[in-house]
Design a protein around this ligand. Structure first.
Ligand code: ATP
Ligand code: MG
Length: 399
């Protein structure tokens, strides 16, 4: 079957009024963005659906891209025929004959948007069902568990026929929920956290703390590659690379071993907050999961959070490592994340980090450092890179 229009279903049921408008406008922008390489394809919106007119462009390629656009619930490639009984009968018959392997059972579902069409939808379904039964030897109707569903939508622009529905990525379109600054390490967790935030409509910027020469250029490249995997789901990601060597060295030289990680994290938060504010991000996000390691206990999170005044979102907080790893595989970041390049934390990991750090203690040790000055310098020396997706990124398993 040669398709001419792709039908996009979208929308969270709970969205109303202004939120719904923002949702639709943002989704339209995302859809147009992924369709850029397909010059002849045209997208338009009507009555709570979006349509991509293929005008000869490749349906499979477009569907693959649409499946990475958050906000889309499902996608169907459709064939358009004239809104006449004869044309719909013939089109439905062609459609069911084109399905491989040939279905033993079917049902017809009709939606009549164009009320000028004289027959109500139930009658259309019955008429088309009868026509198929008469013309396809041996086929039967099964309303509950059919092999094939013939979907008919009668609209002002014509009648759309389809038999396939592919799942979309769900969530909200990227850009509908404002901007978040993700603390992106080279590990397994933070890329997944970033993906989960994007799924809720967030525009992501990322910040990475780099401790050259303790950590190599390759470990930074790994972070860029991870950001690029995330960009597949939401266009360009601005990556802020913070030089962190001076701070880490100062902490290591003047603070006790068991508080190194806690104090280092507090510096990360202070710097991330500053850079978030300068770039219009209203929250930070991390890949922390409760109890996963010593620095991710409630006491620890409390002590770390104490130094900033910006929400810190932790989308993985209640997830198990296995669940996080599964998701990392699905979004195709896992293989990159397990590459062995050291990150700044593994280099400075003390043997016995404190599991219940106290904010007062951390503050007391930090008095040995010029916190303001160290933070200012790191922020000043931060460099920004724009990470964009490759023209045709292969990989992520489709949802
Ligand atoms: P990940 O797998 O994301 O590295 P992790 O389990 O290794 O997480 P930690 O090392 O405790 O956990 O780091 C907790 C969070 O702090 C990370 O998920 C990330 O958001 C942030 N983080 C850690 N190191 C860095 C870094 N070098 N640059 C930016 N963010 C970092
Ligand atoms: Mg890590």
């Amino acid at each position: 079957m040669k398709y001419d229009v792709i039908l996009i279903r979208y929308g969270e049921l709970a969205l109303k009024g202004r939120n719904r408008d923002i949702f639709e406008e943002t989704l339209m922008r995302s859809v147009k963005a992924v369709l850029t390489p397909f010059e002849k394809a045209k997208v338009h919106r009507s009555y709570g659906r979006m349509y991509v007119e293929l005008n000869g462009e490749d349906a499979a390629g477009i569907i693959e891209r649409l499946q990475r656009v958050f906000g889309i619930i499902s996608i169907s490639p459709t064939k358009r025929v004239a809104s006449t009984e004869e044309a719909i009968k013939q089109g439905a018959l062609d459609l069911i004959r084109s399905i491989k392997p040939a279905p033993a059972t079917f049902r017809v579902v009709t939606r009549r948007v164009d009320k000028r069409f004289p027959k109500p939808s139930m009658d259309v379904s019955r008429m088309i069902g009868t026509h198929i039964l008469r013309n396809v030897p041996g086929i039967k109707v099964d309303l509950h568990n059919p092999d094939a569903v013939v979907q008919i939508e009668i609209r002002n622009e014509g009648t759309f026929l389809s038999s396939e529905t592919m799942p979309g990525a769900g969530g909200l379109p990227v850009g509908a929920s404002g901007k978040v600054m993700l603390l992106l390490s080279g590990g397994i967790d933070s890329p997944v956290a970033g993906w989960m935030m994007m799924k809720r409509g967030v525009t992501l910027e990322a910040i990475h703390f780099h401790s050259y020469p303790f950590t190599s250029e390759r470990s930074l490249q790994k972070v860029r590659d991870l950001a690029q995997k995330l960009a597949v789901w939401g266009g360009t990601i601005r990556l802020h690379v913070v030089p962190f060597t001076e701070i880490q060295t100062a902490i290591r030289d003047r603070c006790p071993q068991d508080y190194l990680i806690t104090i280092m994290r507090r510096f990360m938060m202070r710097i991330a907050e500053r850079i978030a504010r300068e770039n219009g991000a209203l929250a930070l996000a991390t890949g922390e999961s409760l109890g996963q390691v010593a620095s991710q206990t409630l006491e620890s999170m409390n002590t770390i959070t104490h130094v900033v005044n910006i929400p810190i979102l932790r989308p993985l907080i209640s997830m198990d490592k296995v669940e996080i790893m599964d998701l990392a595989r699905k979004i195709d970041t896992y293989e990159l994340s397990i590459l062995p390049y050291e990150d700044c934390c593994t280099i400075f990991t003390p043997k016995n980090p404190v599991t219940r750090p106290k904010p007062e203690q951390a503050s007391r040790f930090e008095r040995r450092l010029d916190v303001e000055e160290l933070v200012n310098r790191a922020v000043e020396q931060t460099e920004v890179e724009e990470i964009t997706t490759k023209p045709r990124e292969a990989g992520a398993e489709l949802f």
